[in-house]
Design a binder for this molecule. Structure first.
Ligand code: ADP
Ligand code: ASP
Ligand code: MG
Length: 412
């Protein structure tokens, strides 16, 4: 039997009615002759609520218990979807991560998938099950504990199942009808792309476009999964949505494919650290050990053997970063005058594989920001992206200005 993976995000399963609508879509694919693996998220808002409960109970929580709590949202939707399908006379059953079992590393709250054995599901398909409804976002560690894959992780569950089972396609149903040139909630000028290259999608996702989890794009690229993003609210034909595919499947692309942003960033500066060999290791080693995801790094010019070191990290990691630096100072591993956190910044990035062969994109980006009077605090670049850290109050303005500057409203 040909097999499809269909993933429904939180808004697509937010109510019983929406679960019914999603189930009808699944039923249609079964009628078309497919076996289907459905991956479900928790109902919209549920995971946030669970995360909030954990934080309110224990601010520096045990990540194993965090996973026990936050994985529960998907358990509910998987069971409800299986019941809905059964009501429609479609043979279906639900699967929790541990029942598959979807095996992961022990890195609680951000576990990576290690293996998805196919025998359990395939045995049930052979017995006549048409739909396996699998709880997304969760797995089991080799210590036998429930793990989760990081926020947005159901996308990764879906692609990993598509790869493991050799699915014909992996369809990601969400609340927008595809991947846009930027978040359509920020500017009405955002345009849906018919196709986007894996590498561009990877950058956009890792720079904040949450329409797909970064890991899911990585896996799709590695295992050549045909990955499509489409709306669960509209009727779709074969060409609906956005296909995430190899670069050479795209005839002609813009120099800049899209603009991504990450709203909740913080900029931290260690003032007056001794500039000596090993200082970067002495700072960033403890930050990494404390689980701080350092992003941009700038070391200033040093004067009299002392320098300032600036880095950015997600805003909810400022307390951890602060504690790690204070501990390193107390141990005598580093010595600094002060640690200043600017929690009012955001990161805006432009992405495009065309940048490899086009000069001047950075200059054009900086000019567009200058014209709006936006000051740039930190810059980083790579082959196909340029990111800037700016004041958060300018986020929307910057995204719109860059969208205009690179003519993205004419993209398709
Ligand atoms: P789901 O619950 O289905 O997983 P998400 O909220 O995780 O959905 O992702 C979909 C959202 O991603 C959209 O509602 C949109 O606001 C946001 N988004 C950000 N950047 C983009 C982009 N470039 N294209 C499409 N959507 C984007
Ligand atoms: N429910 C989880 C989250 O909100 C996983 C997902 O929906 O992809 O992050
Ligand atoms: Mg998501």
């Amino acid at each position: 039997m040909p097999l499809l993976v269909m993933k429904f995000g939180g808004t697509s399963v937010a109510t019983l009615d929406r679960i019914r609508r999603a189930s009808k879509r699944v039923g249609r694919e079964v009628a078309n002759g497919y076996d289907v693996i459905v991956i479900v998220s928790a109902m919209a808002g549920k995971t946030n609520e669970l995360v909030g409960w954990v934080g309110d109970t224990s601010p520096l929580y045990d990540a194993r218990e965090y996973d026990a709590v936050v994985s529960s949202g998907e358990q509910v939707t998987a069971g409800l979807m299986a019941l809905t399908l059964q009501e429609m006379d479609v043979p279906a059953r639900s699967w929790q991560g541990w029942q598959v079992p979807l095996k992961t590393t022990n890195a609680h709250a951000s576990a990576r998938i290690e293996e998805i054995p196919t025998d359990n599901l395939n045995a049930k398909f052979a017995e006549g099950m048409k739909v396996a409804v699998v709880a997304g976002f969760q797995g089991i560690s080799n210590e036998g504990r429930i793990t989760t894959l990081g926020r947005g992780g159901s996308d990764t569950t879906a692609v990993a199942f598509a790869a493991a089972f050799g699915a014909e396609r992996c369809d990601i149903y969400t609340d927008v009808d595809g991947v846009y040139t930027t978040d359509p909630r920020v500017t009405k000028k955002a345009r849906k792309l018919d196709k986007i290259a894996f590498e561009e999608m990877l950058e956009l996702a890792s720079l904040g476009a949450k329409v797909l989890q970064t890991r899911s794009v990585e896996l799709a690229m590695r295992y050549k999964v045909r990955l499509r993003v489409l709306s669960s609210f509209e009727d779709n034909n074969e060409n609906a949505g956005t296909l995430v595919c190899d670069e050479d499947e795209i005839m002609e692309s813009n120099v800049v494919a899209g603009v991504a942003f990450s709203r909740d960033e913080a900029k931290m500066t260690l003032i007056s650290v001794a500039d000596r060999p090993g200082i970067a290791a002495a700072i960033f080693g403890p930050l990494s050990a404390a689980g701080v995801n350092v992003d941009m790094i700038v070391q200033n010019i040093s004067e009299d053997g002392r320098t300032d070191m600036t880095f950015s990290c997600p805003i909810d990691q400022v307390a951890r970063a602060d504690a790690a630096m204070q501990a390193a100072k107390d141990n005598g591993d580093i010595n600094y005058h002060d640690l200043v956190a600017d929690e009012e910044v955001c990161k805006v990035s432009v992405v495009g594989i065309g940048m490899r062969s086009h000069a001047g994109v950075a200059a054009q980006m900086f000019a567009a920001l200058k014209d709006e009077g936006i000051n740039i605090k930190v810059i980083t670049t790579s082959e196909i992206k340029i990111s800037v850290l700016i004041d958060r109050k300018y986020l929307e303005l910057a995204v719109q200005a860059l969208h205009d500057a690179f003519g993205l409203e004419r993209a398709a």
